[in-house]
Design a protein around this ligand. Structure first.
Ligand code: URA
Length: 476
């Protein structure tokens, strides 16, 4: 009997090196015991074999197997390393084994790997930090109970996402501490080591209730996605029963409003709770968006250019994407198109500072040409990926009307491709009943052919904006 001692529960590299050495000698799977740290496995295990990864003979295995093994190795199933080694041995003789969907040991390992992937995803989604003042300022501390050994695997995700915060993640399986530059590990923790209620919770709760859409309440689906066991560490879930209880009423109120048809007053206090917590919720959303990786556009861009304006703005105006200048400054409509936009807004009598101005896509897409960066139109996949943000912005701000400037904004808001020339100057109703007015994008006016009447085109643009804004006055 051989015994392999692995350094830790998630010591995939140790398993891999040992498995290579053992498999090179064709040591049978039932001849090997896998021990984690000093935890005793078997009195008859004998001496652990020395594992030196550099000594392990090379072995060719498929990437698919390595991916499977890397994930399954993190499962809390005590037999996982033995099961993986047994599969590896079989693979040496049956290279196509991974395609055998009926093979039970393989299916078992795939099930373990899938559980681990789900656990990784849940930790990304459900971990909540609480604010804790410490000697050096503020530290954010989270208590989380993963089902499997995924803490180290998730470290890079949290470092990347919360690079500028100082944080600690405490779990019963170990802890991670990030000080803004260095990540260190700590011993297992207990729930009592993490703080309870704090100001950040208030922000989360406000955010959650602001984005809660009563027409989309599906308790069963919610429970599947967010099982109750995660609830106790998530402040916003304290609101769920209350929000669900009120959902039907709010939904009926929305339907009732829709019957009245546009234009209408959407701002009745029973349906809207604009104001309370909206500023915090927007700020939280803006911070979250700085780390957006929903599509690859974040890579070459300088920064996320988020929307700006009051959290309770009555009008939301949506453009396409930030341009070169906006990408550097970090605010929407600051370059040449912004200049046209500002003039048109002033001419239409709309105070930009009172509107919420944003873009369908939050990163600058461009093609480098020498020292210049030329605007490139975002494609449908990028617009769809970014729709998540605009949906959240709308859910928090709850504008009484939206103005879509150009085809990209119209597609993002309505989900449909539109010919702006045909639709401009009119409103379409969005799924939640908000009127969405369509007009051209201000950069259209910058690209007019020489024979076009630029003044007349500008006046038409102003007229579209004015018409949209005046529908509010009629509705009030
Ligand atoms: N064009 C847009 O659509 N948005 C901006 O923010 C700038 C230019």
């Amino acid at each position: 009997m051989r015994m392999v001692r692995l350094d830790a529960e998630d010591d995939f590299d140790g398993w891999r090196a040992a498995a290579r050495m053992l498999a090179a000698e064709r040591i049978a799977a039932n001849e090997v015991l896998w021990q984690i740290g000093d935890r005793p496995v078997d009195l008859f295990g004998g001496e652990p074999i020395a594992v030196d990864a550099a000594q392990a003979p090379p072995m060719r295995v498929s990437r698919a197997f390595l991916d499977l093994a890397r994930d399954a190795a993190l499962h809390s199933e005590p037999e996982r390393f033995a099961l993986l080694y047994a599969l590896l041995l079989r693979l040496l003789d049956q290279p196509h084994l991974l395609q055998d969907r009926a093979d039970r040991p393989l299916r078992r390992l795939e099930g373990l790997a899938q559980n681990v992937r789900r656990d990784i995803h849940k930790m990304h989604a459900f971990l909540r930090f609480r604010e804790l003042p410490d000697g050096d300022g503020t530290r954010f501390v989270a208590w989380y109970e993963p089902e499997h050994h995924i803490l180290r695997r998730n470290a890079a995700f949290f470092v990347e996402r919360f690079t500028n915060m100082r944080w600690s993640i405490l779990t019963p399986r170990g802890a991670l501490h990030w000080d803004g530059a260095l990540l260190t590990e700590g011993p297992p923790a207990q729930r009592g080591d993490a703080p309870g209620d704090d100001p950040v919770e208030g922000v989360w709760k406000a955010y959650y209730s602001a984005i809660f859409n009563p027409a989309r309440v599906m308790p069963r689906a919610m429970l599947k996605e967010m099982p109750r066991k995660y609830w106790r560490n998530m402040p916003e879930t304290a609101l769920v029963p209350q929000l669900i209880a009120g959902a039907r009423k709010r939904e009926l109120a929305m339907i009732e409003q829709d019957r009245a048809g546009p234009p209408r007053q959407l701002d009745t206090p029973t349906i809207r709770s604009r104001g309370a917590g909206g500023d915090d919720a927007l700020e939280l959303l803006r911070q979250e968006a700085t780390a957006c990786r929903r599509c690859p556009l974040w890579q070459p861009a300088t920064q996320t250019v988020f929307g700006e304006g009051p959290h309770d703005a009555e009008i939301m105006i949506v453009g396409e994407q930030p341009g070169d200048r906006e990408d550097i400054v970090g605010r929407p409509f600051m370059g040449p198109a912004g200049e046209v936009f500002d003039r048109a807004m002033a001419a239409a009598g709309i105070d930009r500072a009172r509107a919420y101005v944003t873009n369908a896509v939050k990163h600058f897409k461009f093609e480098p040409r020498g020292k210049r960066r030329l605007h490139a139109r975002p494609h449908a996949g990028e617009v769809d990926a970014c729709r998540w943000w605009i949906d959240q912005e709308r859910a928090i701000v709850r504008p009484r009307l939206v103005i879509a400037m150009g085809a990209t904004a119209a597609r993002s808001l309505t989900g449909k491709a539109m010919t702006i020339g045909q639709e401009r100057g009119r409103a379409v109703l969005l799924a939640d009943g908000t009127p969405c007015w369509i007009t051209v994008h201000p950069s259209y006016l910058l690209r007019l052919p020489p024979e076009a009447d630029a003044d007349a085109e500008f006046s038409r643009y102003v007229a579209d904006l004015r018409k949209a804004a005046s529908s509010l006055v009629q509705a009030a």
